[in-house]
Design a protein around this ligand. Structure first.
Ligand code: LIP
Length: 266
């Protein structure tokens, strides 16, 4: 782990807590929140934008040469040339947030040399801070976490993601196969928080037929550093165009990859 990565991860930990305090202030006054639609069941509020601005200003003031890719504000110039790139979802689970459901989080990922080097996910509602740095394991509020040891899909709950931005057939086919295999599922509306829960062993796995990089990069590093696996999300320009995601603990890899084949190879 280089000092450049360590210093950035430490700075991100300070920034994410400040962002969490701002987000909770907005969450506590939803009646005053301006909410807009980005598309079918895809909302954004001033909370998303203001939290992302706080994170962007905090990180780029400390590391002005870094690149930045945020869900709401987009990308700084030529992110593919940035030695260090921040990938941010200011509020993942926005639909829960704007409806007063305390199932949302803030996700910050650091990418360098084509790999996710650090990931931080804060759920200020608990509060729980999940952190991973490549090669240094994963933790929740400072305690080490590991993926679930389930040996089959019957061994726990599989998280699923779904939005109207994607055709439903592949997701429904995988869902049917999961149920026929004796599994159960839960959609909580936040890919990032679901991935943090996979890393902590609370869900045995997760899949969604298409997500954006800002939804999942921090969570995927958490899962890998907690002993799990995933498809190669960054393949085929996943950073800028998104990809399907399937991930989980080692004991269910073959089974979950098989039922998600319609999603991974549509
Ligand atoms: C959400 C994702 C989730 C997806 C939702 C939404 P957002 O991100 O985390 O997996 O199913 O439709 O896109 O928009 O709340 O940041």
């Amino acid at each position: 782990m280089s000092d450049a990565i360590r210093n950035r991860a430490a700075a991100a930990e300070e920034v994410i807590y400040e962002a969490g305090q701002l987000a909770m202030r907005y969450f506590g006054s939803l009646k005053d929140l301006t909410i807009e639609s980005k598309g079918l069941q895809d909302r954004v509020s001033e909370a998303d934008r203001e939290v992302e601005k706080l994170i962007r200003d905090g990180l780029l003031s400390a590391f002005p040469d870094d690149g930045f890719l945020g869900e709401e504000g987009g990308a700084t110039a030529e992110i593919e040339k940035a030695e260090f790139l921040w990938v941010i979802d200011p509020i993942d689970g926005t639909d829960n947030f704007v409806h007063g459901i305390p199932v949302w989080c803030i996700s910050i990922a650091l990418v360098s040399a084509g790999q996710i080097q650090a990931g931080l996910i804060l759920n200020p509602n608990q509060p729980e801070l999940f952190i991973a740095e490549r090669g240094r394991g994963a933790s929740c509020n400072g305690s080490p976490i590991t993926v679930n040891a389930a040996k089959s899909l019957t061994g726990g709950v599989t998280g699923i993601g779904f939005s109207q931005r994607q055709p439903s057939e592949p997701t429904l086919a995988a869902l049917a196969a999961l149920c026929q295999a004796g599994g159960v599922f839960q959609r909580n509306g936040s890919a990032a928080l679901t991935l943090a829960y996979v890393a902590a062993g609370r869900y045995i796995g997760f899949y969604e037929s298409h997500v954006n990089s800002w939804d999942v990069l921090a969570g995927l590093l958490l899962v890998h550093e907690a002993g799990g696996w995933s498809n190669d999300f960054l393949a085929n320009n996943g950073l800028q165009t998104g990809n399907p995601v399937v991930t989980g603990g080692p004991g269910i890899e073959a089974e979950l990859r098989a039922i998600c084949a319609p999603i991974i190879d549509p």
